[in-house]
Ligand binder design. Structure first.
Ligand code: TLP
Length: 346
């Protein structure tokens, strides 16, 4: 039976040319700064993001944590969206390991936080309050339907933060999806943030790895934090080699994933009994739900799973589908046919 795995873009396997690049990678000890392939990936990533320096980390979660720990001391505060990945899905690492106080601000359905809400969350100088150090943005926004924050919004939020003397970190796990959806160079989305991460192992299809980018001084400090977390790797050119191939070959095809996500969303909108998120599909993530109380999200996910179509249940009623390399328009049509058949029966 054919499997169509729409649970996440993290399920992507390395392409044949990534496997070839891994096999051929020139290696050294990266803790000594001597892995030529890792050094090359880090230079490429910094250049792409318009930053001075970059550092390979194991995962997006580690990248966000390294950035937070580099920018905030214990008892200081970071402002972040109440639906942000860092707040919801990173095991509370910022407080568990950094003693950093999360101050959540409501995410709007499009993934933004209102500037007035951010402004209100920034603490004044008062002995009762933690010090606000950092504002965290997420682009694309996972829980907000894969929505893309525009350069104008990012610049405005960063200007506000700068004016109030706080830094800005961007969780750009899927920043290339945002750039593709908006038709802008990725630098337009990163130019005013102090630190950012992007993931090699999601839409870009590499097997492992994320990259932290920022100023030279920031990355020097971040290397120390990564070491503390046990993230100093040795011959990680094995990972970086696939990352280089990802940057060279996988960025320009992302638009295909977005077209497939739109095809899926439009098809779901036509199936009676299913409701699709109202914000529209901008990138490769969609959320939908059964409206009929007889059929729960859990049952629908289970029954499609039995037919080889894997979806992710999020909360009691929502279902997530993510398109990625390896998912074709034909797979989308098979998924829609299976969903349509299931809904007819229920
Ligand atoms: N997201 C995963 C799950 O954790 C939910 C997914 O399947 O979408 N930032 C954002 C915006 C993310 O979506 C993710 C992963 C991360 C950070 C963490 O990356 P990893 O999984 O590499 O630690």
């Amino acid at each position: 039976m054919k499997t169509i795995d729409l649970r996440s873009d993290t399920v992507t396997l390395p392409t044949p040319s990534m496997r070839e690049a891994i096999y051929r990678a020139e290696l050294g000890d990266d803790v000594f700064g001597e892995d030529p392939t890792t050094n090359r990936l880090e230079r490429m990533a910094a250049e792409r993001m318009g930053k001075e320096a970059a550092m390979l980390v194991v995962s997006g979660t580690m990248g966000n944590l390294v950035c937070l720990l580099t920018q905030c001391q214990r008892g200081e505060e970071a402002i972040l969206g109440d639906k942000s990945h860092t707040f919801l899905y990173e095991a509370g690492g910022m407080s568990a390991l950094g003693g950093i106080h999360p101050h959540t601000v409501r995410n709007q359905p499009d993934g933004t936080m209102q500037l007035t809400d951010i402004e209100a969350a920034i603490r004044g100088d008062n002995v009762h309050f933690p010090r606000t150090r950092l504002l965290c943005l997420e682009n694309t926004h996972n829980r907000c339907g894969g929505s893309a924050l525009t350069p104008e919004y990012t610049d405005a939020a960063a200007a506000l933060a700068k004016d109030r003397g706080i830094w800005v970190h961007l969780d750009g796990a899927r920043i290339f999806n945002a750039a593709a959806a908006l038709g802008v160079d990725v630098k337009e989305l990163t130019r005013n943030v102090d630190s950012l991460i992007f993931c090699l192992s999601k839409g870009l299809s590499a097997p492992v790895g994320s990259v932290v980018c920022g100023s030279r001084d920031f990355i020097t400090e971040a290397r120390r934090v990564r070491k503390v977390l046990g993230g100093g790797m040795r011959q990680c050119g094995i990972i970086a080699a696939a990352g280089i191939t990802a940057l060279e070959q996988m960025v320009d095809r992302i638009a295909e994933d977005h077209a497939n996500a739109r095809r899926l969303a439009e098809g779901i909108a036509r199936i009676p009994g299913l409701a699709i998120n109202r914000e529209g599909t901008q990138t490769n993530i969609i959320y939908f739900e059964p409206v009929d109380e007889q059929l729960t999200a859990k049952t629908l996910v289970k029954e499609l799973g039995e037919k080889g179509i894997k979806l992710l249940q999020i909360g009691p009623s929502r279902i997530r589908a993510v398109t990625h390399y390896g998912i074709t328009a034909e797979d989308i049509d098979l998924t829609l046919a299976a969903l349509g058949k299931k809904m007819q029966k229920s």
